[in-house]
Design a protein around this ligand. Structure first.
Ligand code: PEP
Ligand code: MG
Length: 744
């Protein structure tokens, strides 16, 4: 049974379109259940349409339609449960559709196909003899329907049922609001070095392809190298130079050419040369030489990508593109030239994954959970991405494009309006000042005009400088990166968080394999297990700060007091060593911990005895309080920082910190959302740290509301049933103030 289920599900998942998938399905189900007829009805608007059948009249497909109040199939849809009848004719809801020629069938079993509470269609099996389908058959069909639901939903979106609409519309979950109109660039996943051995049809043509790919690769490496050179990162520059040298004729570049000259296709040549050298290098004893195998692999993949994804990384056109990919990782987004990126669409990834946070930080419209988008031949097509509404329109009409262009212009005008006031303080109409900080670190640089408008950096995530390297950055490399941040926000405070890798932020050179990475070896847990790395980082932060008062150090993922004590011991060690050996006037920074593991709330008295402040990481806090993975699109509708339970928790945290005289701020995503900023400031939070793209907007908003009104709203919000009601409450408040546009 399991094998049959797996075969059917796989066949459907790999079908390119809905019609093919449904045709396959009816045939395979009919065989699996050994019955005489199987049909599938797909729900389109309010109608169930017979969309495939093996057993009814083929001409009925597309023509038999019923509302969900009609017939037995309608009843299954209405009740959202299976119906299993020995003789369908005896049932009061039985309705005969003569055009389907189903007179002969009596036995009837139907199950609904439901994806995330949404009815997609109904599967029906029928048989002439009046017999009851067994419980096992019913369970099989229900299991199948549940397994297929996701694929059917994706294919259904793609098809917009029977192609009645020319424009294809995909739906997804917004991760970063906004509109973009551009052509699509599909970026595939991993490029395998194992390419099939294929002979060249024309050696001259293959040599040309190879030469173009190699020179593109060379340019690419040159560009990357220049960027890091600007950032004065000589170690990374050296890595790129070494790879570029390998491309030379006297090195691997020449080997690739020789292989093509011997008659292989360019792809096969790169594959053959790379695999041969990797094997040789790996069999060496010298660990340094062994290591070089990874350079050969890296280079081979880079050149192959230029052959396989031509015109992709090196974007010929100056026009920005909408990137469509299976799952965006932070490194990909950090590396992609910002000026060429108009939006991001992914099949996987959650609303609060780090790639999503990065998209918001970059101010890029982004959608996630867009099923089947990669299978839809969307590459290079013109699309309108309306991330705010969760929609992606493929090949839209001219009228639609011009409508969206005017919306886009209106949006830009709003942003300009917000920017005009970014230098003015975020003070409410009744005189309450809220300090606004920026979250940085996920980007290689800070946008200086926004940095000027901020009261400082409220969260500097040190992970990205670590992720962009090929190994742990050295102390002096780290000092350089941190010093740049201090310079940029001249004199204002910078909260630097120690390394928070693990979870969805892996380091390429330090792989961690765990079943539950978000409950695993993350943040301070990893740092305390590797004091040699932790001490280097603390030393680098302290030295970059020198005698200034800018630095505050923040510890991520703290779940118990012992961790704070150990971290403080290491801090003292690093501080005292530097003070006696390097700089007797070294400043002593404030120290803080992230409040993101829920239990810490009940020990804030102990926390207050040890550190100066806490910073609420509402992203992880929400995930741990609600037991909802922040990266999983299946449960993203449950990830809700406005859940009244979460809001009550946040209010308690503030009150306890006030009681224990412990500083408190929020640096999770909700601090940069209008609804979140209003509610948090009403609770009493006076330090909010947000991504750079949100700062001007929140500043503008704060200057137009009254704190006493917000406090009254908060009282109501805390007593509502769910997050949706909270958001609606805030939405109508903003609409009353004619500020609703700020929510878009
Ligand atoms: C958080 O968890 O809210 C937070 C700010 O940290 P990160 O998103 O980097 O985990
Ligand atoms: Mg966190």
């Amino acid at each position: 049974m399991l094998n049959t289920l797996r075969d059917i599900t796989q066949a459907v998942a790999s079908a390119g379109d809905l019609d093919t998938a449904l045709e396959l399905l009816v045939k395979q189900i009919k065989t699996a259940i050994a019955t005489e007829c199987c049909s599938i009805y797909i729900l389109d608007k309010d109608e169930l349409i017979l969309s495939a059948t093996d057993g009814l009249k083929p001409s009925a497909v597309g023509n038999v339609r019923m509302s969900i109040t009609e017939g037995l199939v309608g009843l299954v849809a209405q009740r959202e449960e299976a119906i299993n009848l020995a003789d369908a004719r005896q049932h009061p809801r039985f309705k005969l559709f003569p055009e389907a020629a189903e007179e002969e069938y009596r036995a009837f079993l139907a199950v609904p196909i439901i994806y995330q509470k949404q009815l997609l269609g109904v599967i029906v099996v029928q048989q002439a003899s009046a017999r009851q389908f067994s419980e096992g058959e019913e369970a099989f069909l229900m299991t199948l329907a549940a397994q297929l639901a996701m694929a059917v939903r994706g294919l259904k979106q793609k098809a917009s049922v029977k192609g009645r609409e020319k424009q294809i519309l995909f739906q997804g979950t917004p991760t970063s609001n906004g509109i973009a109109i551009a052509h699509v660039l599909v970026l595939g996943g991993e490029i395998s070095l194992q390419q099939p051995n294929r002979k060249a049809a024309d050696v001259k043509v293959e040599l040309e392809r190879l030469s173009t790919a190699v020179s593109r690769c060379r340019n690419n490496l040159g560009n990357l190298s220049q960027r890091f050179d600007r950032e004065q990162d000589q170690e990374v520059v050296a890595i790129f130079s070494a790879l570029t040298l390998l491309l030379d004729d006297s090195s691997l570049g020449g080997e690739y050419v020789r292989e093509v000259e011997q008659g292989w296709s360019a792809e096969s040549a790169i594959s053959r040369v790379s695999l041969r050298y990797i094997e040789q290098f790996q069999s060496m004893d010298d660990p340094y030489i062994k290591e070089r195998a990874s350079d050969i692999r890296d280079l081979g993949q880079k050149v192959l990508r230029q052959l396989i994804e031509p015109d992709k990384w090196v974007l010929d056109s100056d026009k920005p593109v909408i990137l469509v990919t299976r799952e965006a990782d932070t490194t990909l987004l950090a590396e992609f030239p910002r000026a060429k990126l108009a939006g991001i669409v992914t099949e996987l990834g959650g609303v609060n994954s780090h790639a999503a946070i990065l998209a918001r930080a970059l101010g890029l419209p982004a959608l996630t959970g867009v099923q089947q988008v990669l299978a839809s031949n969307i590459d290079k097509k013109m699309v309108v991405l309306n991330a705010t509404r969760g929609q992606l329109m493929v090949s839209p009409s001219g009228a639609v494009i011009s409508e969206y262009r005017s919306l886009l212009n209106a949006e830009k005008a709003l942003q300009r309006q917000y920017m005009q006031e970014v230098q003015l303080p975020a003070q409410t109409l009744d005189g309450e000042r809220v300090n606004l900080f920026i979250n940085a670190g996920l980007l290689s640089g800070l946008a200086s005009e926004l940095a000027e408008g901020a009261d400082g950096v409220g969260l500097y995530r040190t992970e990205i400088p670590f992720m962009l390297q090929q190994r742990f950055p050295s102390e002096s490399e780290q000092i350089k990166v941190y010093a740049q941040v201090f310079n940029l926000v001249a004199g204002r405070p910078v909260v630097m968080r120690t390394l928070d890798v693990g979870g969805d932020k892996p380091l390429p050179y330090f792989p961690i394999k765990e079943d539950n990475p978000f409950l695993g070896w993350r943040g301070i847990r990893l740092s305390l297990d590797h004091p040699e790395l932790f001490l280097v980082q603390i030393r680098a932060m302290l030295q970059a700060n020198g005698n200034s008062e800018q630095l505050k150090i923040l510890l991520p993922m703290v779940s118990n007091i012992e961790e704070i004590d150990h971290a403080l011991e290491y801090f003292e060690q690093a501080y005292n060593e530097l003070k006696s050996d390097v700089n007797p006037n070294l400043s002593r920074p404030q120290l803080g911990v992230m409040l993101e593991v829920p239990a810490l709330l009940y020990q804030l008295d102990e926390v207050a005895k040890r550190v100066d402040f806490v910073s609420v990481g509402s992203n992880d806090l929400t995930q741990y309080l609600l037991a909802v993975d922040r990266n999983n699109p299946r449960v993203s509708s449950l990830f809700d920082s406005y859940h009244p339970g979460v809001l009550r928790y946040l209010k308690s945290a503030l009150e306890l910190c006030q009681q224990y005289d412990l500083g408190i701020s929020v640096c999770g995503e909700m601090a940069g959302e209008p609804t979140g900023a209003l509610l948090l400031s009403a609770m009493g939070y006076r330090e909010l740290s947000m991504n750079q793209g949100a700062l001007a907007r929140i500043n503008y908003l704060m200057r137009r509301v009254r704190m006493d009104e917000l406090q009254a709203l908060l009282q109501q919000a805390l007593n509502l049933r769910c997050g949706a009601e909270v958001r609606e409450l805030l939405r109508s408040y903003l609409a009353e103030k004619e500020l609703a546009a700020i929510l878009n």
